[in-house]
Design a protein. Sequence first.
Length: 151
Amino acid sequence: MKNQEIIKKFAPKQHNLLEILHALQDNHPQNYLTEDALEETARFLNITKSAVYGVAGYYTMFSLKPRGRYIIRVCVSPVCEILKVNEVLAHLESELGLSAGETTPCGRFTLEVSECLGQCQEAPSMMINQKVYNNLSKQKISKILNSYRAK
Ligand code: FES
């Protein structure tokens, strides 16, 4: 779907900025906000490009560079840290052959670290795009990744 088609689903009100950016990012196969998308949003909302860039750059859920089709966000906040999320992260890095912050060469996965995902009672936790995974173990992670490799 073209950027304009997505943007026009919203009223041209500034309070819709975050929702528009989310929709544009979700629509892009590489999960990021292109320069065109930011410019079209600024024009639609009648605000400056720098205001839109400021918001897109401030929130960690937005990316201004291409990422994988599946964004894996691993919580590294205190509760997950106590429950050995470092081992989870190391296992993900090993399975995917990359370090946190990188994307697999095939463009399927991007691995990121995140603040608390609000799942502390079932930590350690991660998200893949919008889906949450809790009580992570090495075995569970391998199974989850295989299900995404098959998609
Ligand atoms: S600390 Fe990890 S989900 Fe809250």
